[in-house]
Design a protein around this ligand. Structure first.
Ligand code: NOJ
Length: 551
């Protein structure tokens, strides 16, 4: 039985264009990715989240599509994509894709037609206003790069709405024809065999935009409708959404009908992400404890997706100004490392000073918390960023496979590459690459393989409950537990630099031959749990007992 597969998945996200180039044109492609599936299977990930795969002028890295029913020709064809799904399935790996339907590119034929005439059949597919709306300068998502949310279109002789960049006109979700089309797009990709979607900008696809009203009403029933549609077409498909909203609004996105979620299956946990950053910056578990306490109860079947890095900036907007500054000081001290007044455009390893202990600690902690972990490509080998690239491109450099030219990503001339590889310094490809780490049991990559394997043997982490163990502990140490039908895991993570001794003897009664299953170093055996050593920046994953489901 493997229903709710997503609650015990390990998700790996990647951009096809920077992953592996099979034909030497400088751009990663689907065949290149197929060639790396064995690597991903060995790493242990069970689901790929592919960033946008559609044809696009690429002014927002593919989040500006011109055809939702096709594959960017630089990546290959629909045939290649079907082959990818087949090859991934052969290795037990599912694939979900980005569904970016809040907006299209302004080069999408729908928008080209819509702006050409008020009589165009697509005119009402977008959001227009004859007058300049009073909220023209409100609600920008990219402050500094975006100046307004309504722009005047000379051809249309009207103002159009764009929540994001001006080349991304919003689709009009008040229009039933648009809703029907979105369902058709979903059906198309499900029919090809994807296991679900990462819904881009979920709060905005339910927005019924009214010109002049910066707080336009939201129609959550559209999410209920999408869920039903998806489930009828493919029972095990999943909707994982990006909704970076206030915590008290989150539950509405999961929906709740008689205790069961009836809207989105999963949401990215932005709240936890910010608190994790704060905890790591302060060497203090308190923000994580707060996050666990503040987590709303979820309906049955709903899960969080946890992450440390994704393809965007680390968004600290849910922290207070003071907390944000603390994180900035530690992890983004220079102005060039920051973006949109709220985020950090760096990879994780450099943020932590390339300190292996702290990198392991942070990822061990993320993967041990409730929900499904999402890992961004390159993090498993500790890749760095290139701050000379504009905006969020700093963390979107090609995967570093080997010592070969272009990091083994492509055989093209370096000038032809979709983005330059990082070729110098501590994070240059000659130092940080898969080949170097693959054969080394002490490498970060080998550690990730071990850690993911260990996690997959503990399904209660994703499926069960996650609770802070509220006993007096030395400063810096977090103790939490995961309980489910497969048993109980207990976790110690020391966010501080000093070695500590922890007394969890009160749990001993529940224990059944407790043992360490993942640690940062060799510790004395667990014993009666009353004298557990944990080194500075160390961690111990302890199997307390097995449940009825596993004998
Ligand atoms: C959210 C995506 O994560 C981001 O990369 C993109 O720029 C915006 N949505 C607009 O689609």
């Amino acid at each position: 039985m493997n229903d709710r597969w997503y609650s015990e998945a390990v998700v790996y996200c990647l951009d096809i264009d920077t992953y592996a180039d099979s034909n030497g044109d400088g751009v990663g492609d689907i065949q290149g990715l197929i060639g790396r599936l064995d690597y991903l299977a060995r790493l242990g990930v069970t689901c790929l989240w592919l960033h946008p795969i559609h044809p696009s002028p690429n002014r927002d890295d593919g989040y500006d599509a011109t055809d939702f029913y096709n594959i960017d020709p630089r990546f290959g064809t629909l045939g290649d994509f079907a082959e990818l799904l087949h090859q991934a399935a052969n290795r037990g790996i599912r694939v979900i894709i980005d569904l970016v339907v809040n907006h299209t590119s302004n080069e999408h034929p729908w928008f080209v037609s819509a702006r050409s005439s008020p009589d165009s059949p697509y005119r009402d597919w977008y959001v227009w206003s004859d007058q300049e709306p009073a909220d023209r300068f409100q609600g920008m998502v990219f402050p500094g790069e975006q100046h307004e949310t309504w722009s005047y279109d000379r051809t249309a002789k009207s103002w159009y709405y764009h929540r994001f960049y001006r080349f991304q006109p919003d689709l009009n979700f008040s229009n039933p024809a648009v809703r029907a089309e979105i369902k058709k797009i979903i059906s198309f990709w499900l029919q090809l065999g994807v296991s679900g979607f990462r819904i881009d900008a979920a709060p905005f696809i339910i927005e019924l935009t009214e010109p002049g009203n910066p707080n336009s009403p939201k129609d959550f029933e559209f999410l209920t409708d999408l869920r039903q549609h998806v489930q009828w077409r493919r029972g095990d498909a999943v909707l994982l959404a990006e909704a970076n909203v206030e915590p008290d609004q989150l539950v509405a996105y999961f929906g709740d009908r008689g205790g069961s979620g009836n809207r989105l299956h999963m949401l990215f946990d932005f709240m936890l992400n910010g608190r994790l950053m704060l905890a790591l910056a302060r060497h203090d578990p308190e923000p994580v404890i707060d996050a666990l306490r503040d987590t709303p109860a979820l309906p049955y079947g709903a899960s969080w997706a946890t992450f440390l890095r994704n393809h965007d900036e680390i968004d600290l907007s849910r922290l207070t100004a003071e907390q944000r500054n603390q994180v900035f000081e530690k992890f983004g001290p220079d102005e060039e490392m920051r973006i949109y007044d709220r985020g950090i455009r760096r990879r994780f390893a450099p943020m932590l000073g390339n300190d292996r202990r702290r990198i392991e600690l942070a990822y061990a902690l993320q993967f041990s918390l409730r929900g499904t972990p999402v890992l961004r490509y390159g993090e498993e080998i500790g890749m760095g960023e290139d701050l000379s690239l504009p905006g969020r491109e700093s963390i979107r450099t090609p995967m570093q496979w080997s010592y070969k030219q272009n990091a083994g990503f492509s055989t093209a001339d370096p000038e032809q590459l979709v983005r330059p590889v990082i070729d110098s310094g501590e994070f240059g490809y000659e130092t940080v690459n898969v080949t170097a780490q693959r054969g080394d049991p002490g490498s970060l990559l080998s550690w990730f393989e071990r850690m993911i394997r260990t996690l997959r043997e503990a399904p209660e982490v994703g499926k069960g409950t996650c609770t802070h163990i509220d006993v007096v502990l030395p400063p810096g140490v977090l103790a939490h537990r995961a309980d489910g039908s497969t048993g109980t895991m207990v976790f110690l993570h020391n966010l501080g630099p000093d070695d500590a001794t922890v007394d969890l003897g009160s749990l001993y009664e529940e224990a059944d031959l407790p043992i360490d299953v993942l640690t940062d170093r060799r510790y004395r055996p667990v014993g009666k749990l009353d004298e557990l050593q944990v080194a500075g920046y160390g961690y111990r994953w302890i199997r307390l007992c097995r449940g009825d489901a596993v004998s």
